[in-house]
Design a protein around this ligand. Structure first.
Ligand SMILES: *Cc1c(COP(=O)(O)O)cnc(C)c1O
Length: 363
């Protein structure tokens, strides 16, 4: 019997997303317009951010514009994790500032405040934690550290729609926060990003940088980009917003099942007061992580993901001789198992059985 492949992620697009796109196409107004404006308001309300949101064409653009709006530029340093997607450091480098890498906490995989403190120099202007895999970073410790050193905090919440810490949603702690709307993220607009901003002036600046430096046509105030979201994408995002809570609950239930049943590997932990939204369900494999991934795929037709096998401080554009032992260990031992809301009970049982058998056989 050949098994159906269980993919590591699967975007869910329904008839109502298709109808929403069709409605915009029929309107003849495709670019940024009323759908984007509604999406921005609905997103901020839905996640209880208590602040304005600005929609852009990708999560990476969101980080870039947030940094520009916060005045980050050449000669400055922003402390980021190395154990993340390259967009985090790329966005800092694109402003002309330097990303400086700090190590992670081995349990949550998010920035370790002690390592951040050790990386602060006279050029440091901000700390940009990533709420990796959908688990909130240690915002109380990072915020108080930032306050003591006169630094700002920016949040890369690309993977963490709906995650919270002690009841406070991610994306509401920093000067700005960014959510990605890429198809494999917890909700999507096709491509897209949402920037939550702390105050009106930042909102104005992100809107300016998004649109060639203009709020009104030909009244250019600064040098800007074209990072606008289209109404087609916003229409998809608005429908997804009505479904994301159900998907998140399903992710959390899937994660609970995996954690209750997996043996021989280290399952993900959740910090006190944290709500984890399981963008990824990431285990640690003590011995042969690559062998486990290969056996899952070849013997059990189960996809998995390595996020991230090469930490940013070892990528060509950022290569630096920093010593980040927890980051390097995580890059070698982490494996993300399918946790997405399309998994059936049989899929989950197959994943558990496969991992437990392979692990018991000495992976
Ligand atoms: C996906 C992602 C981004 C970038 O988002 P895009 O929408 O793909 O540009 C940034 N940071 C992290 C941690 C991500 O996972």
């Amino acid at each position: 019997m050949t098994l159906d492949f269980i993919p590591p992620a699967r975007p869910i697009i329904g008839d109502d997303e298709r109808a929403a796109v069709d409605r915009v196409m029929r309107s003849g107004m495709l670019a940024q317009g009323p759908e984007v404006a509604s999406f921005e308001q609905e997103f901020a309300e839905h996640f209880g951010l208590g602040r304005a949101c600005v929609a852009v064409n990708s999560g990476t653009s969101g980080l870039h514009l947030g940094l520009l709006a916060a005045g980050v530029g050449p000669g400055q340093e922003v402390i980021v994790p190395s154990f993340t997607f390259a967009a985090t450091a790329n966005s800092v480098a694109l402003t002309g500032a330097t990303p400086v890498f700090a190590d992670i906490d081995p349990v949550t995989f998010c920035l370790d405040p002690a390592s951040v403190e050790a990386a602060i120099t006279e050029r440091t202007v901000a700390i940009m934690p990533v709420h990796l895999y959908g688990h909130p970073a240690d915002m109380p410790a990072l915020t108080s550290l930032a306050d003591r050193h006169g630094l700002r905090v920016f949040e890369d919440a690309a993977q963490a729609h709906g995650a919270s810490l002690h009841g406070r949603p991610v994306g509401s702690f920093g000067t700005f926060g960014m959510f990605s709307l890429y198809p494999t993220k917890n909700m999507t607009s096709g491509e897209g990003g949402m920037v939550s901003v702390e105050n009106d002036e930042l909102e104005r600046l992100v809107r300016l940088y998004r649109n060639q430096g203009m709020l009104r046509q030909y009244e250019n105030e600064v040098v800007g980009l074209n990072n606008r979201m289209t109404d087609l994408h916003a229409a998809i995002g608005r429908v997804q917003l009505t479904k994301v809570d159900g998907w998140t609950r399903q992710r959390q239930e899937n994660a609970a099942f995996l954690t209750a049943n997996l043996e021989g590997v280290t399952t993900p932990a959740v910090a006190d007061g944290a709500v984890h939204v399981y963008h990824q369900y990431t285990i640690r494999v003590a011995e042969d992580r690559d062998g486990l991934a290969a056996a899952l795929r070849e013997e059990y037709a189960i996809g998995s993901g390595m996020f991230y096998p090469v930490p940013n401080h070892q990528l060509a554009p950022f290569r630096s001789p920093v010593d980040l032992p927890e980051t390097e260990s995580a890059a070698r031992h982490c494996l993300s198992l399918p946790v997405h809301p399309s998994l059936s009970a049989a899929d989950l049982e197959r994943i558990v059985e496969a991992v437990n058998k392979i692990a018991a056989a000495g992976a």
